[in-house]
Design a protein around this ligand. Sequence first.
Ligand SMILES: [Zn+2]
Length: 602
Amino acid sequence: MGNRIPDELVEQVRQSVDIVDVVSEYVPLKKQGRNYFGLCPFHGESTPSFSVSPEKQIFHCFGCGAGGNAISFIMQLEGLNFQESVHQLAKKTNITLPTDTVDTVKNPQATEQGIMLEAHEFVKKYYHHLLVNTTEGKQALEYLLNRGISREEIKHFELGVALDSWDAVTKVLEKRGYPMPIMEKAGLVVRSERDGNYYDRFRNRLIFPIHNHQGKIVAFSGRIMGEGSPKYLNSPESSIFHKGKLLYQFYQAKNVMRKQNRAILMEGFADVISAFRAGVHDAVATMGTSLTEDQAKVLKTSVDQIIICYDSDQAGINATEKATKVLQKEGFTIKVAQMPDGLDPDEYIRQFGPEKFNTSIIEASVSLMSFKMQYHRKGKNLLDETVKFQYIKEMLQEIAKLSQLIEQDYYLNQLSKEFSISIEVLKKEFGQYSNQANRISNVTEVKTDIKRDITTKTLLPAHVRAEQLLLAHMLNSSDVAEKVRQQYQGLFYNNDYSEIIIHLYAYYEEGNESNISKFMNYLPSKRLLEVVSKIVNLQIAPELTERELKDYLDALNNYDKQQRIREKEIDLKKAEREGDFVKAATILQQITQLRSSMKYVK
Ligand SMILES: [Zn+2]
């Protein structure tokens, strides 16, 4: 295990970054009052409930409850551990961390995955070397250059070639001491059932390395040179490669995507590489499967607008239709880039040149509705009444899926004009479709509101409310924490609060001043971070008066007593049932005493 980063350095890093900058790299934020708001990257939503406080240097989602400081944000979003996150943040500052602090926690799975990643990195370099430096790779290199892919692009995409050999990779991996069973799990080699030997998975193919979203190579895709099948051969699913979760080139494209708030969604590796040549650097591709919800969520952490750029054949149109369904759920603005009949983006660029691709295809992409209109009327004779009404019905259903009323109105009017149907009639008809669509989105909004209520409304039992407010003040001030420590010996009923308070006392004892963001580094779990971020978002006065403090403590003490009374009442009933009237009388007296000692809380 690597050494721990000293606390002072962690603190220096935390102080040197602004959480608003850190979060903005992933989530577009808008200022609203003292805080910034955006769409939560941790749960799908269409109205922003994710808040970032520049003052407190923390984030909190009113929807799903996620919360923390800049370090925990990176941890949760990038899937890194604490040390790794601090290292990542430090890169944005001029603070140099000791190199021996890179955390390498050795659990068996992590070790195995580490070996898999290392092997992929090595094999990637090997394939690339074969392509650019060797006579064996010359034919493949010429093939690529002839297809218009430049040497720079080959370098940028780290392309390679697998030789026409059964064991070239197997041998180099063996020589370097990589355990073959793990290499088989990683999908780099396959084991023959017949003789039990290991062989190369990829043979005589162009190699496209696939990065995960942290920039590590986790798989390869091998494309056949010339004709043959399968055209693409991918690494199998493994503990480091889940193709339904990955997008090709996401890691490399994410900064450009964030800057432009736009991503181009493509179907193939070749398309992305060709688009890159056309100066389109925000393109990503799925890997031979339709777009999944996971992939859409990943995109949502970076952009609001998606341009779908699929093939123009029927399969491509069906895939576009499928992808829009997934994307609409996440609330993207969707446009569709239309390729001339039968071409895929790669073919188009080779035929018409990169510039024309940018101007005539990407920049000329149409709104989803225009695309749908063309799609639904393709091959239909709209002069035929039945066909026409069917088309209008289909369009009304599509319009109902739009999230903005302005958009709905616009297309209803367009439809009304085109087919000379009065807008009133059209709107009436539209009503039945829009209700169906709205019902779904309303449900999710209500859920969010309920959660929001828990944090702000006062309908909670007195002791719960008292615990929340006390904790909020204790987080704000070491003085209040000290007063509570002296005046209340019990534990808080909420286990999470109790645990937080234990950490908080320790934090103050070390001489730290109140600082929520700094304190968060002392919390060992994501759940506690969420609880703290929720608590500090409660509306409280800056100072806690003696009177309030007393009220809250009374509420807690009263609750203690109520609990004890409840227990005694059970004992009382038991004693009465058993005819033990002396015991019953004693218990009754204790209950009365407890009752009278309870304080009236205003
Ligand atoms: Zn959330």
